[in-house]
Design a protein around this ligand. Structure first.
Ligand code: UD1
Length: 361
């Protein structure tokens, strides 16, 4: 009898839990062929950023939590590599599975590359072409080390071709779309937020280092949000880092409604009923696109270029607050009947990834 394929999934940050839940759900269906072990690096550790997602999305209990916690990029990445090494040595996986672009992704890729196991990157080929973003470095290095590159979009495949990669580069679609389609129907009180806020509110999330660690940018963002909140309710489920910084800097928030980080289904519910999303998150830009909610991305650029099509998403750098404000007013009036193409696959990317691995490992 052929032995089972041993997969080691390494996750650590909130968006990775969502993606891993989708793959794990599908891996269970192939349990006659594959055994999955999950390691949590502990990059995200607050209950609302971590444990709650495992419970809500029914993700199998991690084999171990490396409890790396917060620190500089070098600290976080280095500690994960060090702490992961002995587990890879002991578990001897055939494949290590990593997601997205966080320090956890990069660290697990480096750690596994020193062993004879293969490495698969889910969300491969995404590029912002902005090397000042830690996420861009994490993406490029992870792709370079990966044996299997699962791309969420055709443009990601193209990016990898330009870098000379074509072997085991597969367009599978986006696991976040799988996740969205699977979970969106599970939302219970679908009209809760539209009733609560009179069918008229803006959802916002801000957590990127380029915004939170640049006080001028952060001030610009919050002063525009405060101004807009005089016209329309603004709701912000706040990342713990942003919360700490705005508290320390004593920002005046006016009518802005601040929430703790919310569970995944609640986030989808708030988003689906929102008039506009204002964010610097990568994942939420896509979820807004799936939900047909116009988005303003408060950054210099976006790696999710497909969401820009037909004006569904607008990049608005925080150092131009007047333009940012005007863009929000424009987005409020956006015609939601505008053309909306699907670039992110058919919602079956998990199935495609697992089947490809079974055939090719
Ligand atoms: C990380 C990813 C980013 C992703 C985001 C999703 C990297 C380089 N960045 O950013 O791409 O969009 O996750 O949320 O990996 N903190 C807490 N509690 C927590 C987690 C974080 O208080 O549970 C605070 C700490 O002050 C910490 C800071 O947030 O220093 C930054 O957290 P970190 O995990 O390093 O990166 P994120 O900003 O969350």
């Amino acid at each position: 009898m052929q032995s089972k394929i041993r997969i080691l999934t390494v996750v650590g940050a909130r968006p990775q839990f969502i993606k891993a839940a989708t793959i794990s759900r599908f891996l269970k269906k192939r349990k006659n062929k594959i055994i999955e072990t999950i390691i949590h690096t502990g990059q995200h550790y607050d209950k609302e950023m971590s444990l709650n997602f495992f419970k809500e999305l029914d993700i199998p209990r991690p084999h171990v939590n490396l409890n790396v916690g917060s620190g500089t990029h070098a600290y976080q990445t280095g500690e994960i590599i060090k702490r992961l090494e002995k587990h890879i040595k002991k578990l001897k996986p055939d494949l290590v599975l990593v997601y997205g672009d966080t320090n956890t992704t990069l660290a697990a890729s480096i750690a596994s590359s020193k062993f004879s196991c293969k490495l698969a990157h889910i969300e491969a080929g995404i590029r912002s072409f902005d090397n000042s973003m830690p996420e861009e470095i994490n993406r490029i290095a992870t792709d370079r080390l990966s044996d299997f590159l699962f791309c969420p979009t055709r443009s990601a495949v193209h990016n990898l071709r330009l870098e000379g990669r074509s072997k085991n580069v597969v367009f599978v679609g986006d696991v976040m779309r799988d996740s969205y389609l699977y979970n969106v129907n599970k939302i219970k009180d679908k009209n809760f937020y539209s009733k609560k806020f009179n069918n008229n509110y803006i959802l916002s999330t801000i957590h990127r280092e380029a915004n939170t660690n640049n006080i001028k940018n952060l001030k610009n963002i919050f002063s525009v949000l405060k101004k807009i909140s005089k016209k329309i309710q603004v709701i912000i489920p706040l990342h713990p880092r942003t919360r700490k910084i705005i508290k320390k800097a004593k920002f005046k928030l006016g009518n802005i409604k601040i929430l703790k980080p919310v569970p995944y289904l609640e986030m989808l519910n708030i988003l689906k009923n929102a008039s506009v999303l204002i964010t610097d998150s990568g994942g939420l830009q896509k979820e807004a696109y799936f939900s047909k909610v116009p988005c303003i991305t408060v950054r210099e650029n976006t790696e999710w270029i497909e969401t820009l099509s037909q004006g569904w998403n607008t990049v608005s750098p925080p150092n131009f607050p007047i333009r940012f404000y005007k863009n929000i007013l424009h987005a409020i009036k956006f015609n939601k009947k505008n053309k909306h193409e699907n670039f992110f696959g058919d919602g079956k990317s998990a199935e495609k990834i697992i089947d490809f691995l079974i055939k090719n490992l």
